[in-house]
Design a protein around this ligand. Structure first.
Ligand code: KIV
Length: 294
């Protein structure tokens, strides 16, 4: 998958599937399942590290896990999510940090959370040959300044602002857009007014592709994912059940059974017993030099 494939999908009206992914083994599963694009999101800080926001995600860590995801999914279109304050301070830092992501992690583009105030940064990154996916709408890295997780573009005036921001990102050289928590109608207008592939999360069916956080769609995180998230499995309950069975079987000694253990050849067992009984009660490690290999 390349950005060319994603653009062609948009032109041909074929939707793009994207999921967040944070490790090698899951990336392999997603690649085998034919997921088009994987996003190594900074939601990592929440779903894997247990923080209550995405802000504690660190660049070095993100690059390391993105590399692992690339090894598991060599063909998927891979998006590396730039963490909090890795691109907001100045364009030079944004370019340097994005370069680290692209060259070390082998991702196909980086994602940054933007509004019009970051147009110059997107321009500078694009000029430095860094493919940028511009994340608009609800921007989790800004929740402290915005005052929480809020749907964006709900009023006509706010929607105009969002539509203009999207246009500005296209003008600045972004290669794709990601819309989070944008009303369906606004997401449709943005999608129809740009040639860029538009991926949506809780932004309705008219965007070019969908992304979900894997823990939410797998029912892996426990608790109650937002109502708007469709759950495709209920792993939390299944996994707790598996761990509970294991703990019970260890306690009852049902595990390990013979097939879970390594048996010695019976002649070797007999020989071992003979050697040990010849030594009497001395089973320490002070083997006599006359018994090589024992
Ligand atoms: O970090 C992330 O996982 C994201 C998704 C919520 C789109 O940005």
């Amino acid at each position: 998958m390349t950005i060319g494939t994603l653009r062609a999908r948009k032109r041909e009206g074929q939707k793009i599937s994207m999921l967040t992914c944070y490790d090698f083994s899951t990336a392999k599963l997603m690649e085998e399942a034919g997921i088009d694009s994987l996003l190594v999101g900074d939601t990592y800080a929440e779903v894997c590290l247990g923080h209550s926001t995405t802000l504690p995600a660190k660049l070095d860590h993100m690059v390391t896990i993105t590399e692992a995801v690339r090894r598991g999914a060599p063909s998927a279109y891979l998006v590396g999510d730039m963490p909090y304050l890795s691109y907001q301070i100045c364009s030079e830092e944004a370019i340097r940090n994005a370069g680290e992501f692209m060259s070390r992690a082998g991702c196909d583009c980086v994602k940054i959370e933007v509004d019009r105030r970051l147009v110059k940064t997107v321009e500078a990154m694009s000029a430095a040959t860094i493919p940028v996916m511009a994340h608009l709408g609800l921007r989790p890295q800004s929740i402290q300044s915005v005052g929480g997780y809020k749907v964006q573009g709900k009023t006509a005036v706010d929607a105009i602002g969002l539509i203009e921001d999207a246009k500005m990102m296209e003008g600045a050289g972004a290669i794709a857009l990601l819309l989070e928590a944008v009303p369906t109608e606004v997401a449709q207008i943005i999608t129809e007014s740009t040639s860029l592939p538009v991926i949506g999360i809780v932004s309705g069916p008219h965007v070019d592709g969908q992304v979900l956080v894997m823990h939410d769609m797998l029912g892996y995180g426990g608790g109650h994912p937002p109502k708007s998230v469709k759950q495709y499995a209920e792993l939390y309950g299944q996994l707790v059940g598996a761990f509970r069975s294991y703990a019970a079987e260890v306690r009852s000694e049902a595990f390990p059974a013979a097939e879970n253990s390594i048996a010695m050849d019976t002649t070797e067992v007999a020989e071992l017993r003979r050697i040990l009984s010849a030594r009497g009660s001395d089973t320490t490690c002070a083997y006599p030099s006359s018994s090589p290999g024992v």
